[in-house]
Design a protein around this ligand. Structure first.
Ligand SMILES: [Zn+2]
Length: 93
């Protein structure tokens, strides 16, 4: 791996360019930074998750804490309940 390649690499989720280790993500091997990759592996990489060191981090819409991410999602569901309804099977036909 050359130095130039290393510097061009970006996390496909949060845009971070510096990480102690690149990890496998939905786009392939070494496309996620360490923090995102760990969450992707455990199935917790949600759009609202973002490491605080990310250049695109915004405390309004992102959090680096999984519990807070879940809280944010719950609030969104309250605002858009129809998204939740689409997941429910139709039972009264
Ligand atoms: Zn990342």
């Amino acid at each position: 791996m050359s130095e130039a390649q290393f510097q061009q690499r970006r996390c496909s989720h949060c845009g971070v360019q510096k990480t102690p280790q690149w990890r496998t993500g939905p786009l392939g091997a070494k496309t996620l930074c360490n923090a995102c990759g760990v969450r992707f592996k455990s199935g917790r990489l949600l759009p609202e998750y973002r490491p605080a060191c990310s250049p695109t981090f915004s405390s309004e819409v992102h959090s680096n804490n999984h519990r807070k991410v879940l809280e944010m999602r719950r609030k969104k569901e309250v605002i858009m309940p129809e998204a939740e309804l689409n997941h429910q099977p139709v039972q009264f036909i």
